[in-house]
Design a protein around this ligand. Structure first.
Ligand code: NDP
Length: 261
């Protein structure tokens, strides 16, 4: 039996085991996916090998540590230095990033996006900003504090103090504001102003209506929470785990059933 896992801290809330195991069961694949709470990210490779894993996902806060743990990093993950999926091939740990493409799949119904404001400057913001840029979308980044903004040298970046509202097609919350509290990711009046002129709003957080999404609903802005992104990044990761044996649509059909339980 092949064994897969998600590493994170916290990790108990993760829906990834449900999604991957649903597909393995439905397609009679002899594999199992578990979760591992990992406090020290530098132990990632050691743990992966000790457990005899065939592949893994990595979530908050170890995605940058995962990049360092890999023997080889492929594609977009290499560009941004953030890995959320690992597989073992010929004894080597190979790293990928499926979050960014997952987000693009998740917003494919949102048309004519030419500009985006990303709230937050963590790992998710890095992945989304760089990926949207590839699609020629003008991205600005607004973060509570300045220290994480140095990564975003190719973008216009602002702190809460330096930001002057503009019009954006989409406002994307990648902060953890609202995850375990009732915080908004920026000043309420500023957000209202931005949402008034935006076509769409999305939040990377899933499983709850965050204060940011609530504000967007009240404003009548079309929204998406992070569930579609979660599903899409999981589908792309599972295709890597299964060596592309199943199509995107087949993989999605099975994994989606786990989210309907
Ligand atoms: P990081 O810890 O790397 O970054 C968090 C960011 O949030 C920082 O920029 C931080 O600002 C900001 N922040 C935290 N609290 C507040 C607050 N109260 N007000 C304003 N800004 C705040 O996290 P990640 O980028 O890895 O993840 C961010 C979120 O995205 C998480 O909630 C995670 O669950 C979700 N996520 C969802 C995915 C999905 O598939 N749906 C995939 C990946 C992530 P500062 O620099 O000032 O501290």
């Amino acid at each position: 039996m092949k064994l897969f896992a998600i590493f994170g801290n916290p990790v108990s809330h993760s829906k990834s085991p449900l999604m991957h195991n649903m597909l393995f069961k439905n397609l009679n694949i002899n594999a199992c996916y578990t979760r591992v709470k990992l406090e020290d990210g530098t132990k990632l490779k050691e743990k992966f090998l000790a457990l005899g894993l065939s592949g893994a996902n990595i979530t908050v806060p170890h995605k940058e540590e995962a990049f360092l743990a890999c023997d080889e990093v492929v594609g977009f993950a290499k560009q941004i230095g953030v890995v959320n999926t690992m597989i073992i091939r010929n004894g080597k740990l190979i790293g990928y990033n499926t979050d960014a493409d997952g987000f693009i799949y998740a917003i494919k119904d949102f048309k004519n996006i030419k500009s985006a404001l990303i709230l937050g400057a963590g790992g998710t913001a890095k992945a989304l900003a760089s990926r949207l840029k590839i699609d020629n979308i003008k991205v600005d980044v607004l973060n509570r504090s300045g220290s994480k903004l140095s990564y975003f040298s190719e973008f216009d970046t602002y702190t809460w103090e330096s930001f002057k509202p503009k019009t954006y097609d989409i406002i994307i919350n990648t902060t953890s504001a609202g995850l375990n509290d009732d915080a908004l990711p920026a000043d309420k009046n500023l957000l209202k102003n931005l949402l008034n002129s935006a076509k769409y709003a999305t939040d990377a957080i899933y499983g709850k209506v965050t204060p940011f999404l609530k504000l967007a609903y009240e404003n009548g802005t079309p929204t998406k929470d992070g569930l579609d992104m979660l599903l899409a990044q999981g589908v792309l990761a599972n295709m890597l785990f299964c060596n592309n044996a199943h199509s995107y649509e087949t993989t999605k059909e099975h994994m989606q059933k786990a989210l309907e339980l």
